[in-house]
Design a protein around this ligand. Sequence first.
Ligand SMILES: *[C@@H]1O[C@H](CO)[C@@H](O)[C@H](O)[C@H]1NC(C)=O
Ligand SMILES: *[C@@H]1O[C@H](CO)[C@@H](O)[C@H](O)[C@H]1NC(C)=O
Ligand SMILES: [Zn+2]
Length: 540
Amino acid sequence: MKSLLPLFASLLLGAGCARADHYHPASPAGRAAVVNRAETDSAFWVKEAQDAITKRLKSVESVKKAKNVVMFLGDGMSVPTLAAARTLLGQRRGVTGEEARMHFETFPTVGMVKTYCANAQIADSACTATAYLCGVKATYGAIGVNAGVKRSDCEASRDGARQVQSIAEWALADGRDAGIVTTTRITHASPAGVYAKVADRDWEYDAPVRDAGFDAERCPDIALQLITAHPGNKLKVILGGGRRNLLPNDVLDEEQMYGYRTDNRNLINEWKQDKVARGVTGEYVWNREQLLRANNTLPEYLLGLFENNHLQYNMQRNKETEPTLAELTEVAIRSLSRNEKGFFLFVEGGRIDHAHHDNLVELALDETLEMDAAVARATEMLSEDDSLIVVTADHSHVLAFNGYSQRGNDILGPSTDVDEDGKPYMTLSYTNGPGFRPHVNGMRPNVTAENNFLELDWLSHVDVPLEWETHGGDDVAVFARGPHHSLFTGLYEQSQLPHLMAYAACFGPGQHSCCSGASAVSASVGLFSIFILLSFIFIQ
Ligand SMILES: *[C@@H]1O[C@H](CO)[C@@H](O)[C@H](O)[C@H]1NC(C)=O
Ligand SMILES: *[C@@H]1O[C@H](CO)[C@@H](O)[C@H](O)[C@H]1NC(C)=O
Ligand SMILES: [Zn+2]
């Protein structure tokens, strides 16, 4: 009798929900009222689910060959980044936020990819670009070469057997056009995956190749490859930042910043001269107004370099002179759409990664939403029937979305939960990086009392002090829409991505192709016709 008392007591308390187990404390959220009243009605959720089923039943997957392929890459766009960005999107619109969806989150197929590289548990943007653009896992830091090339091994990277081709090269070989759009330097690791074969991602211009002790003629830098080598010199659209890597170090660019090159080559001029020599129209632009003018004239080749270094973060951009990622994407698609055979376009939201490294989470989420706006623009311009759009990330980051906050709590603010000493902590924080605060009297300081709390340059708290926050080793998501989108479901190696895209578009080196699938169908149609013909003769 006596031994049953505690059980009885806990049952009573449990019934009143006054207690929770120690893993799941009765947080303020447990006592807060439900924010969205409609959600208290079961019918709300039943309808939500039934509508989703109706939508799925109605959607018909195109099995045509994809004429156009657009790949959007959110650099460092981890799964927690997606959840936080969609919440911010909703909260900016004045709703609770968690229920919001980014445009690409409405795509019919979602998969997951494993991002590790040949020699790295946690990847960088170079080996991952080689995976998702060239279809093989590579060495950390290397681009467009297989894992038989060690980082910085100039000689090994010259071996044609160890170089790999990108999906842009497969598309060009098929008579389609190709282009790149990025918010980073055009020679940065992710876009370089489209065109470069280089043993070290840091070899963006000539000096680092020489500094590493190599002959810059034998191992050309990334910028030089972009302008003078295949497939860089075949790209119809090249839009991004990073003028400095294309200009000599005694030449000022349009915004009075010096170039970096020590070989005295002005690659922007060489690009222009090449177009003249080939008798094609080419236009170089460096600001938004010129880009919008080029959007009207649509030269055959378009080179746009809008900054000496990376493009500014959208929230810090000069709205008059600097284009958005959506604008860049639109001009690129309009340019490339002139090829009747179709095109491959790579679009990178490249600064999500930089903002995460610097513990600037609001900027990271805003850059994610900017890339989503570019995806939305692409979906308006391209039909689901003939254009495949794939949205993914290269690797994760160590952003945590944590605590027991109530519904609709400011995604950028403190949790409604507090730590063991009653001190606030943030809903979004990083495992490591800049922003470490030493404990005071054995306790965490009250970060919400800091002067610049929640300003754009305020840093959330971190556990491990590091100059820069690191990448994460967890999987990233893949969203697909358009012909053969269901190929992208499941959990698989990141290096499968270009093979899947090429399969959907019927180009590339693969033995499986939907084209041969189509001819298998016509072969059986052919046999069937012979059968009919023979039957006809027999009946006669
Ligand atoms: C580009 O030109 C098209 C066609 O005139 C126009 O609809 C579109 O708004 C322009 N895009 C931008 C970014 O100005
Ligand atoms: C933390 O600082 C905020 C802002 O100054 C203050 O409102 C709050 O009471 C403080 N909390 C603790 C536990 O010190
Ligand atoms: Zn990074």
